[in-house]
Design a protein around this ligand. Structure first.
Ligand SMILES: [Zn+2]
Length: 264
């Protein structure tokens, strides 16, 4: 390339650089605008703050077993879209009564070195959500938002480890902590139905997880669950218990609310 050519190229390079800079500024301010907009709405309607930066990890008060990295204000857009759509399903009163104070966007979220999509930390009223695409598929991440929210509803409802009516349904079946049976042949389905009354393998791990898994399935209108409740009386009974508890907890979680969920 001679000098003349270099002169002709120079403005083009500058144009490209300026264009790249403009694009990056536009995208940064757009992502921040989404976070700002949702933060304003969530604070006003639900009393919830969305946090994407300046969170200290590992999370104290949890034995140091939960670790993550801040997402940063410009990198949480994907999870913000999930959040906006999924939480819009709730009556605002239900979210306020749940008592969640913060939704914290992070990446590399781990509990005891295992990657997870989300976790509820009762002590600080916080739900930590991995905002990357590296953990679970889209359905998993959507379910996670409802699952973690339910832990707060459960805390508000009382002693999460003792639900006599619910536990009575499990009588004669596997105890919590039992291993899940080997996977069935064919494509993996989250709603694996490992035993009568249990929607997923994770439901078997503990009473609060069983309840949160079933709630998340209802909130995402899981089609396998819709079929299962027609032939699994235990599962249908648990669905009824959950719905009865929820309408007592928040009158807006009524039949009309569940009819809307079934239409999503
Ligand atoms: Zn859980």
């Amino acid at each position: 390339m001679n000098f003349g050519e270099r002169k002709r190229w120079a403005p083009s390079v500058r144009t490209v650089l300026i264009f790249a800079l403009v694009c990056s500024c536009t995208s940064a301010s757009w992502a921040s605008a989404l976070l700002d907009e949702m933060n304003a709405q969530y604070k006003r309607e639900y009393g919830i703050e969305i946090v994407a930066d300046h969170e200290s990890y590992p999370i104290t008060g949890t034995g140091g077993s939960i670790d993550a990295v801040n997402t940063g204000v410009n990198n949480g857009d994907m999870v913000l879209y999930f959040l906006r759509k999924e939480f819009a399903k709730y009556p605002p009163e239900l979210l306020r009564r749940a008592g969640v104070k913060r939704i914290v966007l992070c990446k590399e979220l781990k509990k005891q070195s295992t990657r997870i999509a989300g976790i509820a930390v009762e002590q600080t009223g916080s739900i930590y959500v991995d905002s990357t695409t590296k953990i679970g598929d889209e359905s998993h991440r959507r379910r996670t938002l409802h699952h973690e929210l339910f832990h707060f509803i459960d805390y508000a409802l009382g002693d999460v480890m003792h639900r006599p009516i619910w536990e009575a349904v499990n009588k004669g079946g596997p105890a919590y902590g039992s291993p899940a049976p080997p996977p069935k042949s064919g494509p993996r389905n989250w709603a694996s139905h490992p035993a009568l009354g249990f929607v997923s393998d994770y439901s078997l791990t503990a009473l609060p997880e069983d309840r949160a898994e079933l709630f998340a399935a209802l909130m995402t209108n899981n089609l396998t669950l819709r079929l299962l409740v027609q032939r699994d009386f235990n599962l249908a009974t648990k669905v009824k218990i959950l719905k009865d508890e929820l309408v007592q907890f928040c009158p807006q979680a009524d039949d009309a609310f569940w009819a809307r969920m079934s239409a999503f």
